[in-house]
Structure formats: C-alpha cells, structure tokens
Design a protein around this ligand. Structure first.
Ligand SMILES: [Zn+2]
Ligand SMILES: [Zn+2]
Length: 268
C-alpha cells in the first residue's frame, strides 16, 4: 500500500505528538504529552507503543519533548533528533535511551519511509519541520510544519511537493494582542522566531497549489479559536481543499496521503 497516514494525537501548547503510519510501521513526530496520555491516545486507535518504530523530535521545547524519555524507555524506542536539539535537551535524558541524530538538511530513511527534514525559524537550538514520502524522489509529499516564526522562501520550496499538510495556525494576532499573555510572551509568540498566525498559514497555503488536505496544528487555546482559524484559512484556500483542526485533548481526523502519480505508475 502506497499511503502514509498522519494522525495528530495531541496538538497545542500543552503537548504535541503526531502519529505517522506507513506499510506496517508507525512512528511519532514529537512526544510532548506524558507516557500515560500517549499510551491512552494510541489505545484509542488500537495501537500500543510496541507498534512504533521510533520517535522523531522537531525541537527541544517541553511541549514537544517532555514525554519522550519515559515513553521511549517504556517501549524501547529510538529517539531521532538534531544534534542541536540534543545539546539543548540532554539534561532531560538519563542515558538509558537510544538517541540517534539526523542532519536537518539531509533526507534519511526509516523502514521504507523517506523523511526530509528542513530548518525553520523558531527560538530553539536547531529545530526543523519535515516532509515524508515512500519513494526517494517522489514528486508528491506529506508535510508537517509547526513552531515556525515566519515563512521563508526555503520553507515554500521544501513544501512545494506537498499534497497533504499538517500546518501550524497558532494564533490570531488580534486575540494575542488583547489576550492574557504578559507583554514579553506576546512579543515572543508573535515575533519572527515564535509561531505562525492564522494569516501566515493562509498565505503559505496560497503558495502551495498542490495541497488538497490540511490539518491546522498547534492552535493556542488562549489566543485563537478553531472557528477563527478555519475561517481565515478557508478564505485563502481553493474551495476544493479540505481543512480541519487538530485537537489538544483527543486524536484528530487522519490525513491520508495517497500519491496519485505513484498509483498511476503502479496501475500502468
Ligand atoms: Zn510548540
Ligand atoms: Zn517550540
């Protein structure tokens, strides 16, 4: 089967983890929630930690990595991250985990899944986002982008092949402005190394004409509302694009990437 399934298990500032499934394998992108929560979310989907191949981590912020040490030790899973992420987070590990490094500028493969990391501007040591494909040189990809302060030409290029995308829509700038965060935190979240606003996610989507299905990720509970994010991004997207929101407290709708061109190739 040529598909990759992406299911957000938890998304938002209280913890992020997203399940990627392909062939008979699965892995987690990020591991913010604690092991008990993650075990319960996997159980909701009929899976256990033992079904996983690995954890891949985008960066060292606690909402992405805090659950990783216990969860990885409990299920004997390797944790893949950049060297910079490890340097910033090494105090969270006790030496019993199996840590593997990837270069955020180079693709790597796990059990037939091609993982293409790329750097994004955010206030972490060496953070990244990913696209995925089942063929090395596939012309359609599945993308995952969160914790991104602003859109760069490199990001637009890295996501250009995406037909399916998990995309940060963190805040509404107006809600952030009048919201409860202290001034310093408002500046950080809304700044060039913070998080994507709904409008920035919408503008990125307009630069990615191949995208047909989107999960909006990492919505702020304080500074955004699902209806608000959906409204702004639906306005910007083509009418045929399917868009829904990923939740903090439960697994979200699955994003099923099933490259058409590869199917055509198989059929011919
Ligand atoms: Zn985050
Ligand atoms: Zn972050």
């Amino acid at each position: 089967m040529m598909e990759i399934r992406l299911t957000p298990l938890a998304s938002g500032s209280k913890g992020n983890a997203t399940l990627i499934q392909w062939q008979n394998n699965c892995l987690l992108i990020d591991c913010g929630p604690n092991a008990k929560t993650l075990d319960a979310r996997l159980d909701d989907l009929g899976l256990t930690g033992a079904d996983l191949t690995a954890i891949i981590v985008t960066h060292e912020h606690s909402d992405h990595i805090n659950g990783a040490p216990v969860f990885a030790r409990r299920h004997n899973l390797p944790i893949y991250m950049s060297r910079g992420t490890y340097m910033a987070a090494s105090h969270k590990f006790n030496g019993q985990e199996s840590i593997a490094f990837f270069d955020i500028h180079s693709s790597f493969e796990l059990e037939g899944l091609h993982i293409h990391p790329f750097p994004v501007p955010h206030d972490a040591r060496e953070n990244c986002a990913f696209t995925f494909s089942l063929e090395k040189d596939a012309d359609e990809h599945l993308g995952y982008l969160t914790d991104c302060g602003h859109i760069t030409p490199h990001i637009v290029e890295a996501l250009q092949a995406c037909t399916h995308l998990a995309l940060e829509a963190n805040h509404c700038p107006k809600m952030l402005q009048v919201g409860p965060y202290p001034a310093q935190l408002k500046k950080r979240v809304g700044g060039d190394y913070g998080h994507l606003a709904n409008e920035q996610a919408a503008a990125l989507l307009q630069a990615l004409p191949q995208v047909e299905d989107v999960r909006l990720m990492h919505l702020s509970e304080q500074n955004n509302a699902p209806e608000k994010a959906l409204e702004i991004i639906r306005q910007a997207a083509d009418a045929h694009v399917n868009i829904s929101v990923a939740w903090q407290d439960k697994p979200s709708d699955v994003l099923i990437y099933n490259p058409k061109k590869a199917l055509l190739k198989q059929a011919s």
